[in-house]
Design a protein around this ligand. Structure first.
Ligand SMILES: CC(C)(COP(=O)(O)OP(=O)(O)OC[C@H]1O[C@@H](n2cnc3c(N)ncnc32)[C@H](O)[C@@H]1OP(=O)(O)O)[C@@H](O)C(=O)NCCC(=O)NCCS
Length: 167
């Protein structure tokens, strides 16, 4: 698509971003993100802050300014049709800075038009400019849609696997 514009995410985009999240969940296509919602990632407290709020942006409780610096939206004719939210993270010893993709989504009406790829490319350019040398996204093993997408972009599966025990 030629008329897609990629921009840094700003607070004013939050309502549209949550609308996309909702639309994807409605069609049951959020396997990796069954329990992690965009609402929670953006620290939105609908119950505590809902009463006097005119938009979801008014219900944000945390400082998400750092996160917004490394998050992007895709717009078509001024309308947000996709987003990618990430933050910097420190891993390992000695600590190394990486980029961590927290969630992303494209409005299903705009799938398969290269929009998610444009968002990921913008994020990669941003982290490169910051001197960050690795970008990661934890994915559910069963999420073939996201796995295929990131494989196509040149991401590979790491060697660490997650052992856990319910207590
Ligand atoms: C995965 C997702 C981001 C892809 O968005 P998109 O804009 O359609 O992706 P693109 O058009 O940029 O695709 C780039 C490549 O990824 C691969 N790809 C994308 N969607 C795919 C799918 N459903 N199955 C297999 N491969 C896929 C293709 O190889 C594609 O390249 P091609 O078009 O040359 O074949 C989108 O389907 C999505 O939002 N899924 C839901 C994600 C989610 O659960 N979010 C949490 C709630 S917000």
């Amino acid at each position: 698509m030629d008329d897609v514009i990629i921009q840094n995410m700003v607070i004013e985009d939050v309502d549209a971003v949550l609308g996309i999240d909702k639309k994807i969940r409605k069609i049951g296509e959020a396997i990796t993100y069954q329990h992690a919602t965009t609402e929670a990632i953006l620290t939105i407290d609908r119950i505590g802050r809902g009463k006097n709020a005119s938009s979801y942006a008014d219900m944000i409780t945390g400082d998400i300014s750092g996160m917004l610096e490394t998050s992007f939206v895709a717009k078509v004719s001024g309308k947000v049709v996709g987003f990618i939210i990430s933050r910097k993270a420190s891993i390992g010893e000695p600590a190394t800075e990486i980029g961590l993709i927290l969630i992303m989504g494209v409005n299903p009406d705009y799938w398969k038009k290269g929009i998610a790829k444009r968002l990921a490319d913008a994020l990669i350019d941003k982290y490169k400019a910051m001197g960050v040398k690795e970008l990661r996204i934890p994915l559910d093993e069963r999420d073939m849609q996201m796995r295929n997408f990131f494989t196509k972009l040149g991401f590979g599966v790491g060697h660490m696997i997650d052992y856990s025990k319910k207590l």
